[in-house]
Design a binder for this molecule. Structure first.
Ligand code: ARG
Length: 592
């Protein structure tokens, strides 16, 4: 070993420009920099000790200290054949599995899930699927917003709007009761708006709402039971959406779950001098250990740095989002001992997470060393006008409505594609709705996973539903088309597990080389929490398959061996496409 203390889990080998080789790593440069070594010298020392002769040609050192690897043809053929006969699919399950908590989706009770929730839900799900596929132990946890000041207003509204409570308000009741039956979430949302605006003008109403919240937090039986009912109504709506999206969680411990520990968190922080009182509230302030520019506990106002504390207790004694998140980390560490906790949350919450991670490190120094806390942030979804995506009337777009529209649009598209074909080549009509569901939902998910997650992107139906371009339908169609080759050959993809793949044509070699990179792509997704790498990989795979298929006859190959080899390559491509899409949370159909 040249550097026994180096963290090799961060050494990335990536596919590279074929000019340089098949794979390249720049890891030695950063290792050398951190240790103030000459990178080329380090590279020379490493190559001298590196024995990869069974797999690669002579390793080359390039530039400032890159290592370039070129696979030996025999190693290449062996890997492809082992995959083609079903021994692997180009990835290994982790030798040292990590335990990772992923906190994602996390909608708020009594509000409808809106288009923005597709982001955290889709990215989080793709990450949990990738990490599980690579053999890690994942605990996905939906940190539902089921506790907080909104419940004071909701409780007051509920009691005013439902028959049987002593202060029932007739006008409110006449609208609320039927709406509650028809669309409970819309009813709760409406109720909140009504009470909220009443609170604005009438301090007495606000006081009443606060009193309801205090009663709830003190465990008042009536309020707790109404709160449970509201939570259950929301959960039902969430579950419908998760069902449609095919997303599952191991845990759904909402904010309320941590309520019993919040007092202790604040007392602990106060006792250790990490938090202090200020204007009746309690907050964590800068400890002065960082330059102001990087310090999340400071903000610049009129050219001066002023305190921006992490509040953990309000002046009325209530607790904050931060307090719950601190208790949550503590609970997760005690319960699952994860090596990582990943938060898939909007980039706008980045200051919150910076403060959270720093506060936790000050609060529990030893625990903090054992866990990596990561905020996986993402940008906004925009409309064509470049402003946040809204309905025509300017309301937020409800996720359920969006998925309905996706399926409707996909159906129209599937139908018109089918009608373009001669009748004998059409997919039976009773399958169209299912194809439309898979394509519609897949399109919305894929369009959200495809951009770099930190960029904002413009929501565009035509683009995401196009059969050409980097879209779900294009990839789903590529898969279905391969399956149709097997239907034509009157065999199935399973029967084409072969260990006699012979790569001759340039397109065959290019396709096979790309297949080989599936595992490395999955690793990159897991390392950087970026599902878009997998999207781009699959898109390229479909493109390489198309050139292969256009240039290398499969069913009409010159001889039986070539035909079998090419069918094997088709089958392998189909498996990677299907597995890849599944890892992104996207379904496939056998024909479309
Ligand atoms: N419910 C929060 C929101 O809608 C997101 C929660 C994210 N997770 C967390 N542990 N803070 O903004």
């Amino acid at each position: 070993m040249v550097l026994p203390d180096a963290d090799v889990s961060t050494v990335l080998v990536r596919p590279c420009d074929p000019k340089f080789g098949d794979y390249q790593t720049n890891a030695l440069m950063s290792l050398a920099k951190a240790r103030k070594l000459n990178p080329r010298q380090l590279a020379t020392d490493v190559v001298a000790k590196l024995d990869v002769s069974a797999l690669c040609e002579k390793v080359e050192i390039a530039g400032a200290g890159f290592l370039n690897f070129r696979l030996l043809p025999a190693a290449f053929a062996q890997t492809i054949n082992a995959a083609a006969c079903g021994k692997h699919l180009f990835f290994d399950r982790a030798a040292a599995p990590r335990t990772i908590v992923i906190d994602f989706s996390s909608p708020n009770v009594a509000k409808p899930m809106h288009v923005g929730h597709i982001r955290s839900t889709g990215i989080g799900d793709a990450l949990q699927r990738t990490l599980r596929l690579l053999g890690h132990q994942v605990i996905s946890d939906n940190h539902i917003g089921d506790w907080g000041t909104q419940f004071g207003k909701l409780l007051l509204g509920w009691k005013s709007g439902i028959t049987g409570f002593k202060n029932t308000n007739e006008d409110l009741r006449l609208k609320f009761e039927p709406l509650l039956k028809e669309d409970p979430i819309a009813a709760l949302e409406w109720l909140y708006k009504v009470i909220n605006s009443a609170c604005d003008g009438q301090p007495a109403v606000l006081e009443e709402a606060k009193a309801e919240l205090v009663k709830l937090q003190a465990g008042d039986a009536e309020n707790v039971s109404i709160w449970k009912e509201m939570t259950a109504l929301s959960q039902k709506q969430f579950d419908t959406i998760y069902g449609r999206l095919g997303v599952k969680f191991d845990q759904a411990l909402g904010e309320s779950f941590y309520n019993p520990w919040l007092g202790q968190v604040v007392t602990g922080l106060l006792a250790r001098g990490i938090a202090r009182e200020s204007e009746g509230a309690v907050g964590v302030f800068s400890d002065g250990s960082m330059p102001p520019k990087e310090d999340p506990f400071l903000v610049s106002r009129d050219g001066e740095w002023v305190a921006d504390p992490a509040l953990v207790r309000k002046s009325d004694g209530g607790f904050n989002y931060m307090t719950t998140d601190l208790a949550t980390i503590d609970y997760r560490l005690k319960t699952w001992s994860p090596t990582e906790i990943v938060y898939v949350v909007d980039d706008r919450q980045s200051p919150h997470f910076k403060k959270l991670f720093l506060t936790f490190a000050r609060w529990k120094q030893d625990d903090a060393k054992k866990v990596k806390l990561v905020h996986v942030g993402f940008g906004k979804i925009l409309g064509e006008d470049g402003k946040p995506f809204k309905t025509r009337s300017g309301d937020t777009v409800k996720l359920g409505d969006l998925l309905d529209e996706a399926q409707e649009r996909a159906f129209a598209l599937v139908k018109s594609k089918q009608l373009e074909r001669p009748e004998a080549e059409r997919v039976p009509e009773n399958l169209w709705p299912e194809i439309a569901r898979v394509v519609g939902i897949g399109s919305v998910k894929y369009a959200d996973l495809l951009p770099n997650r930190q960029s904002d992107y413009i929501f565009n139906w035509d683009k995401m539903l196009a059969f050409n371009g980097n879209t779900a339908p294009y990839l789903q169609y590529a898969y279905a088309r391969i399956q149709s080759i097997f239907r034509k050959a009157e065999t199935s993809n399973i029967e084409h597990r072969t260990s006699n793949i012979e790569l001759k044509a340039a397109e065959e070699i290019a396709l096979a080389r790309h297949l080989l990179n599936f595992g490395i792509t999955l690793e990159a997704v897991a390392d950087e929490y970026r599902p878009n790498y997998l999207c781009n990989y699959l898109y390229e795979l479909a493109g390489k398959f198309t050139s292969f298929y256009e240039n290398c006859p499969v069913l009409k190959a010159d001889d039986e061996a070539t035909r079998a080899s090419r069918l094997g390559l088709c089958a392998l491509t189909a498996r990677v496409l299907k597995q890849g899409l599944e890892t992104l949370g996207i379904e496939t159909v056998e024909q479309m």
